[in-house]
Design a protein around this ligand. Structure first.
Ligand code: SAH
Ligand code: SF4
Length: 461
């Protein structure tokens, strides 16, 4: 935290509010994408500096922050439910518990006001553009009798430049840009995250060097549309050039990135990936639909044929690449023929993984006002159909790796079995493997012995 005075003032107020609490616990609950996870790590770093011990359990914490997502309705509903569930716990603590709600949902019109009036036990509400002022916001909230609300229209200062309390020892998120200019007609992101702002290359590289110095071996470069990195910086900076520079940083063994927009993906990027020493052969390339008619209504800026040309080039340059995608089913006006085009695209590309979503109307976006909204049952049924199709493909793609020996970066002890480690192949597939004495953060050769739709199984060679 840069401002010592603010820190001291917060500590005095916390001493009063949490008097008698032997160990102050804080919990940051994250919804949504990696960008939010990355922002939560920045909040966690501030809380750590204030003397909090971080916990995963909101109910047991003295301070809870909900970092929200509004990309789909489902995430929003969960937020309201989970914030509401703390009311009784806060009352039981004599009002001592400190509750904050922040993130993308707060940037939407009327949401902050809704929280303030319907959830008055919330102490502070802030948005995505002033995350870097979290300490001052917390101070104001501690001083205020009512919910303190600070949601800005625009960023001033730089959210990127905050230290992070990284959750994973093996993979570090590094934000390279914020915002999005694409305005896909279904998507709320440009409204809540603002226009594209790239971070200066040197700053990004400095952060990566810092990560390498901590012993962390893998970085994930983050942006809503990494392929347009640098357009706003001038001087011929682009994403491929950034990757090449990152690739030269000593100590970093694996570089991943997301998300790539097909419309801005260059041959130079694919060539850079193929030639890179530490750039993983993994490409998450959301297609959204296989139907040209729907792609046009979505304002995606490419056709099915354009997309398949990129896939073909990527496979030619990197035959073993892990390709994944996002799909939306039930976009307004989607006919059975349009849906069949999406199914045939999935069958043709054979992704290692696909994230499949039912279209969720977002207030204020053009698609929410389009005619021919698809009934929930139809969305549900189409979702189940693509899910079955993709699961079968993923299972087959994974099964083909049985018998192979692949380098795996050990990330953590497996969730299901503490004698196993979990990690990923270069192409991004999850592997659970037995490996006595292997420390998370090291890359080891693993022989693949089994495969399911969700992961590979293996043994250290
Ligand atoms: N910037 C990234 C992803 C942003 S949101 C990109 O453009 O690829 C992540 C995914 O959520 C999107 O790829 C899309 O598939 C899905 N999504 C976004 N808005 C949605 C909506 N209104 N309903 C359903 N899914 C949506
Ligand atoms: Fe949303 Fe489209 Fe921007 Fe992705 S590219 S964040 S889907 S508007």
């Amino acid at each position: 935290m840069e401002n010592k005075e603010i820190k001291e003032q917060i500590c005095v107020l916390l001493d009063q509010r949490l008097a008698g609490v032997p160990e102050r616990k804080a919990c940051v609950v994250t919804y949504g994408c990696q960008m939010n996870a990355c922002d939560s790590e920045k909040l966690a770093a501030v809380l750590r500096e204030l003397g909090f011990v971080l916990t995963e359990e909101a109910r047991a914490a003295d301070l809870v922050i909900f970092n929200t997502c509004c990309v789909r309705d489902h995430a929003e509903k969960r937020v309201y439910g989970n914030v509401g569930a703390l009311r009784k716990i806060k009352e039981a603590s004599g009002g001592r518990m400190i509750i904050g709600v922040c993130g993308c949902m707060m940037q939407q019109k009327g949401v902050a006001e809704h929280i303030r009036t319907r959830y008055p036990f919330v102490d502070m509400v802030f948005g995505t553009h002033n995350l870097h002022e979290f300490a001052s916001i917390l101070l104001a909230a501690l001083e205020s009798e009512r919910t303190f609300v600070d949601v800005r229209e625009k960023e001033d200062g730089c959210v990127h430049e905050m230290p992070a309390e990284r959750k994973s020892l093996s993979t570090a998120y590094v934000t390279i840009m914020q915002g999005c200019n694409n305005f896909c007609t279904y998507c709320v992101v440009p409204y809540v995250r603002g226009r594209e702002r790239s971070r200066e290359t040197e700053r990004v590289l400095d952060e990566i060097r810092g990560v390498a110095a901590t012993g962390c071996r893998e970085i994930m470069l983050l942006g809503q549309n990494v392929n347009s990195y640098g357009k706003d910086l001038g001087g011929g900076v682009n994403f491929a050039a950034l990757l090449r520079q990152a690739d030269r940083i000593k100590g970093i063994e694996r570089i991943r990135f997301m998300t790539s927009h097909p419309k801005d993906l260059s041959d130079e990027l694919l060539e850079t990936m193929a030639a890179g020493r530490h750039i993983c052969r993994q490409l998450h390339l959301p297609v959204q639909s296989g139907s040209d008619r729907i792609l046009k209504k979505m304002n995606r800026g490419y056709t099915r044929a354009d997309y398949l040309t990129i896939i073909e080039k990527a496979r030619r340059l990197m035959p073993e690449a892990g390709l994944s995608t996002d799909i939306i089913v039930g976009f307004p006006g989607e006919t059975e023929d349009d849906f069949a085009a999406t199914e045939s695209l999935l069958a043709e590309v054979r992704y290692t993984n696909a994230f499949l979503f039912k279209y969720s109307p977002r207030r204020g976006t053009p698609a929410a006002a389009m005619p021919d909204q698809i009934p929930e049952e139809v969305k549900q049924e189409r979702h189940a159909r693509v899910m079955a199709l993709q699961n079968a493909v993923t299972a087959e793609v994974n099964a083909r790796l049985i018998g192979r020996e692949l380098p795996v970066l050990a990330e953590s002890v497996s969730k299901k079995n503490d004698r196993m480690l979990s990690g990923r192949t270069d192409s991004g597939i999850l592997v659970n493997f037995s490996a006595d004495g292997v420390e998370p953060g090291t890359i080891v050769p693993v022989r693949i012995t089994g495969a399911t739709v969700s992961a590979l199984r293996g043994e250290r060679v």
